[in-house]
Design a protein around this ligand. Structure first.
Ligand SMILES: Cc1cc2nc3c(=O)[nH]c(=O)nc-3n(C[C@H](O)[C@H](O)[C@H](O)COP(=O)(O)O)c2cc1C
Ligand code: SF4
Length: 465
């Protein structure tokens, strides 16, 4: 296990004034990861990402380097890089500051991914509501073309790589990678049947990869500083740092960059602790589609493997915290209504099941619940989980099943009293702009300095992690 607590890697430039402007970005080691990538054999870039152990930050935690190695080369078809910037999972707001404050970091990552996979073009599929991110990215892309980082001859390498920003219309399902591809192609955003997977038949039937903003943005850092630097944080199976969005009943909700492996209770303390007079009751470790866990699981280290062992998922890194004054029934009802609304309707278990689940929650929450509704909920969830076309349906039932497992007594009391035994509504004012990291302008070097660090300008203030 590496160091735990706050870290400063992907977010280290956030507080540098005007770092969204290319000149400022360049003066803080911007595009150095790309320079390094252009000196490497594309296969070695993929190998470095594999060795770093970087796991996808979009929800499933699939190893990024392995995913890239699956992209079919030499098929005669063009290869595309697609960045998933749809960020629709409730409680998730980590990609937005990255794109607003440091957009060149993502653009650099997209170009590096393009070089690694011999791609001809990349697309950033941006959540429709993220207007400011859109403005910042559009300007940054223009600047990158003007400076020769994009276009017909990337940094004089003779390689062509184009980048397009696609503003989406705003549908949660379009974050699912194959629905995203359909939407990008101009069709209704609904998931595709797999196989074939995007690595062989993705965008316009061509080999592609779809990766989350944070996954892509991490790659230039890894190339510039080396695999050991990345592995100074986290565990063997979950190395590196993570941008965590902490929301709910804590004093300082917001974004925190942390070392993977930091205990969840420490993350809650980092966010100022629980609101006065409240105690932790339950939390969703990785967004509303991950099974919620009770307070006694709060010492779980924040890693993919430990959270899985505890019965949930790290998901998108959205830690949603709830207190002893909050009704678990009301919270899960709101989640369920969200998923019912966002179901794309392609398959019956999700389309019809979501509607039924919402109806049952509505009657329990408003005083018309029946004791047999609890078995009915479980039975419905059992018939939906693993039987729908995509993971939206699994995400819809996961918090329901977990809440019945840990808080069945509360459901019974809620039905018996005809209302929640708790008076407080869940907190809804989630801060999306605050950001905190370990501080400092430059991530700390690994114990044995690597070659790359020898070339760093000495004027750069040293930070700490
Ligand atoms: C309903 C649904 C919504 C999703 N929304 C997002 C999203 O907004 N952003 C994202 O990166 N991944 C999202 N995903 C996961 C993507 O399908 C895909 O796994 C991810 O973009 C892969 O990137 P990664 O390998 O870097 O994690 C969603 C998945 C599902 C089932
Ligand atoms: S599970 Fe839901 S969102 Fe996914 S394809 Fe089926 S209906 Fe659409």
């Amino acid at each position: 296990m590496g160091t735990t607590g706050q870290a400063s890697a992907l977010s280290y430039r956030y507080e540098i004034p005007d770092v969204h402007e290319i000149d400022v970005y360049e003066s803080h080691h911007g595009y150095e990861g790309l320079k390094k990538a252009l000196e490497m054999d594309p296969k070695d870039i993929i190998e470095a990402v594999k060795e770093s152990g970087l796991r996808g930050r979009g929800g499933a935690g699939f190893p990024t380097g392995l995913k890239w190695s699956f992209v079919a080369q030499d098929t005669g078809k063009p290869i595309y890089i697609v960045c998933n910037a749809d960020e629709g999972e409730p409680g998730t707001f980590k990609d937005r500051p990255l794109m607003e404050l440091d957009p060149h970091q993502l653009i650099e990552g997209m170009i590096v991914a393009g070089i690694a996979l011999n791609a001809i073009a990349g697309y950033i599929y941006l959540r429709g509501e993220y207007a400011h991110s859109g403005r910042r990215l559009a300007k940054a892309i223009r600047q990158a073309y003007d400076k020769g980082y994009l276009g017909a001859d990337v940094m004089g390498s003779g390689k062509r790589y184009d980048l397009t920003l696609h503003r989406a219309a705003g549908a949660y399902i379009c974050g699912e990678e194959t629905a995203l591809l359909d939407s990008l192609e101009g069709r209704r955003g609904q998931p595709r049947l797999r196989p074939p997977f995007p690595a062989t038949a993705g965008l316009w039937g061509c080999p592609s990869t779809v990766n989350n903003v944070e996954s892509i943005a991490a790659v230039p850092f890894i190339l510039r500083h080396g695999v050991d630097w990345w592995r100074q944080w986290g565990t063997e199976k979950s190395p590196g740092t993570k941008l965590v969005c902490i929301s709910g009943e804590v004093k300082n909700p917001g974004n925190y960059e942390v070392a993977l492996g930091t205990p969840i209770s420490e993350l809650v303390e980092m966010a100022g602790g629980m609101l006065d007079g409240r105690e932790l009751k339950f939390f969703c470790p990785g967004g509303s589609s991950t099974p919620l866990l009770p307070a006694d699981a709060a010492d779980t280290p924040y890693t993919f493997e430990d959270i899985q062992e505890a019965g949930s998922l790290l998901g998108t890194g959205a830690l949603m915290v709830y207190s002893d004054q909050t009704s678990v029934v009301s919270v899960v009802r709101r989640f369920t209504e969200f998923y019912e609304h966002e179901s794309c309707g392609k398959c019956t278990p999700c389309r019809e099941g979501g509607y039924w689940l919402s109806q049952i929650y509505q009657r329990i929450d408003t005083g018309s619940g029946r004791m047999e509704d609890l078995d009915l909920l479980e039975d419905l969830c059992d018939n939906i989980f693993g039987r729908a076309f995509c993971a939206l349906a699994d995400g819809m039932v996961s918090p329901i099943v977990a809440s019945l497992k840990y808080f069945r007594d509360e459901y019974v009391e809620h039905i018996r009293q005809g209302r929640s035994p708790y008076g407080v509504e869940p907190r809804r004012d989630i801060a999306t702009v605050t950001f905190t990291n370990a501080g400092g302008y430059e991530p700390a070097p690994p114990a044995a300095p690597q070659e790359e660090f020898d070339t760093e300008p000495t004027s750069e203030p040293a930070g700490q992690a």
